[in-house]
Design a protein around this ligand. Structure first.
Ligand SMILES: *Cc1c(COP(=O)(O)O)cnc(C)c1O
Length: 362
């Protein structure tokens, strides 16, 4: 039986999106970012779907360990690195590769006397002020790490762009400038660009690129959809109508009665809510597809249900299919209606939503 709320994943789209990333960065190796459970799509599932990537990236050691235990053999980079010697041990045991961004990590490596334990990704903070060494610290840190036998050389050099999705902003050129100034003529492999960097800043391409959101077929830019970049969305989210009823002028709908019926209409109740990951702050008017046709959300999103105005679709009946995003309704559009970004929507799908993989015929 099909559950009320389910997501369909078109994994063939992953291969397509990876090819798009390669087209934008033909000289670069691709580190496919599958942190946060593969942006809500399933990390292991995405590792299989993106098996032609040159490496994977996760945020945390435990995410990498889980992939290793499931048999993933490609290189796996841990973007947040490790915070103590024991965590480094675990990381090494599973052949993960840390991002090195604090003095403590350097000290831990200096205490290791073994040889070639793992490659590392030395991170520079070029203006995001999140992880990384300041450009002024770089030379000294690089020297210390160069003397560490425990590290497999060459050291990879990386930074992260804070504003690559703002195409007219001067932040990205500034960050690129700081990075190249700090690392100078070192021949080491470099990695800078996330999805927005890959799509919008050819100057940010380097030896390794780190696409995340674009691999899921989603645009990193607020003003466009993945389709406009030639990407295919992987996830679509579905449910169905479970009740249909007439409403009279003045009837209030949902918690706190925030929506007051302006003229007689038909209301549809859909079995999906914030308990499934549908955004609580989706505004009245957010589009929902019922039988493939757009109708507006009305009233507050509750835990298990939303309500829609079926004025344009009076023949709709309980059991009719509903699409919340995907299949003709871009998740980017829903994100705008909920004052958020599509990243949070796909990441936020909860365990109650059954995941189904689209096979050729579906
Ligand atoms: C999450 C992340 C990425 C991927 O970003 P997208 O915007 O999803 O492409 C790349 N690099 C780092 C360091 C990240 O944390």
């Amino acid at each position: 039986m099909i559950p009320a709320a389910y997501a369909v994943l078109d994994l063939a789209a992953a291969t397509h999106n990876l090819a798009v990333a390669r087209r934008y960065a033909p000289q670069a190796k691709i580190m496919a970012v599958i942190k946060a459970n593969g942006y809500g799509h399933g990390a292991l599932r995405m590792a299989h779907a993106l098996q032609d990537a040159d490496a994977f990236a996760v945020a945390r050691v435990d995410e990498g360990v889980r992939l290793r235990k499931a048999g993933i053999q490609q290189r796996i980079i841990v973007l947040e690195g490790f915070t103590c010697a024991e965590e480094l041990d675990e990381l090494l045991h599973h052949q993960l590769e840390p991002v090195v961004h604090t003095d403590l990590q350097v000290t831990i490596f200096e205490r290791r006397t073994q040889h070639n334990l793992c490659p590392i990704w030395l991170k520079l903070d070029t203006g995001m002020n999140r992880l990384g060494f300041k450009p002024a610290e770089f030379a000294a840190i690089y020297q210390r790490l160069s003397r560490c036998t425990a590290i497999t050389h060459p050291i990879h050099l990386m930074t992260h762009l804070s504003s690559a999705d703002a195409q007219l902003d001067t932040t990205t050129p500034q960050q690129l400038q700081r990075f190249s100034h700090a690392v100078g003529h070192l021949p080491n492999p470099r990695s800078i660009a996330n999805s927005a960097g890959i799509l919008a800043w050819s100057s940010a391409l380097s030896d390794w690129v780190r696409p995340g959101i674009m691999l899921y077929g989603i645009s990193p830019f607020a003003e466009s959809t993945g389709a406009q970049w030639g990407l295919s969305p992987i996830m679509s989210l579905h449910s169905r109508l479970i009740a249909v009823k007439p409403l009279a002028v003045g009837d209030k709908v949902g918690y706190a009665g925030t929506w007051v019926c302006p003229q007689a209409t038909t209301l549809g109740v859909v079995a999906i809510g914030y308990g499934d990951g549908y955004p609580r702050y989706a505004k009245a008017g957010t589009p929902v597809l019922v039988n493939g046709q757009r109708v507006p959300l009305v009233g507050r999103v509750s835990m298990d249900m939303i309500t829609v105005d079926l004025a344009q679709l009076p023949t709709a009946k309980p059991g009719d299919p509903v699409t919340l995003w995907g299949d003709g309704l871009a998740v980017e559009e829903i994100a705008l209606c909920a004052d958020t970004i599509p990243y949070t929507l796909v990441c936020g799908i909860t365990a109650r939503v059954q995941i189904m993989e689209k096979s050729g015929g579906l």
